[in-house]
Design a protein around this ligand. Sequence first.
Ligand code: CA
Length: 220
Amino acid sequence: MRLLLVEDDSMVGESLRKALRQDGFTVDWVEDGRAAEVAASSVSYDAMLLDLGLPRRDGLDVLKSLRQAGNRLPVLVLTARDAVADRVKGLDAGADDYLVKPFDVEELEARIRALLRRQSGHAESVIRVGELTLDTASREVRLKGQVVNLSGRELALLRAFLDRPGTVLSLSQLEEKIYGWDDEVGSNTVEVYIHALRKKLGANLIKNVRGVGYMIPREE
Ligand code: CA
């Protein structure tokens, strides 16, 4: 799950990025409104965490132009502006949720998970495909009831597939999900992680569609 964090307070930004990464999110962090617009139009993020008081372009304007451009990226507004009128403005401008600073990182993560569930149409936090389950809150993966240990990247890759069962994802789409700007991307690494997932979860779980990409088939 790749997030765009938009926050000009470097202490807040740094600590959020650290906490979210520790919990398995891929995080790109920008510190002004213009950079946020450029990032949101060039990468397909799973959600945006948006501060409102930003240099160069106000968060509300960023949100409005995003929606005007037809971008439906889930947006969670993080702000110190806790007046009811500001909250209403943010929601009317197209925000999906709202958190008033200071907030608890655990609550932020629970809200992100709820947003992602809504976006992908999962009603509960456990995603099931056949005998495989992924608990998106605890990040526990089970196959036939047995816990399977996955690395952070393997888990991010599995999540990308499970969010869109039946959809073929290209190597570059998969790369975009598991690497942020600051991460070094070696060659063939997505394929290496796919190989690892097949080893741990069964050779037939992830299908290769020759010349197109990879998928986990939708359940019959
Ligand atoms: Ca700010």
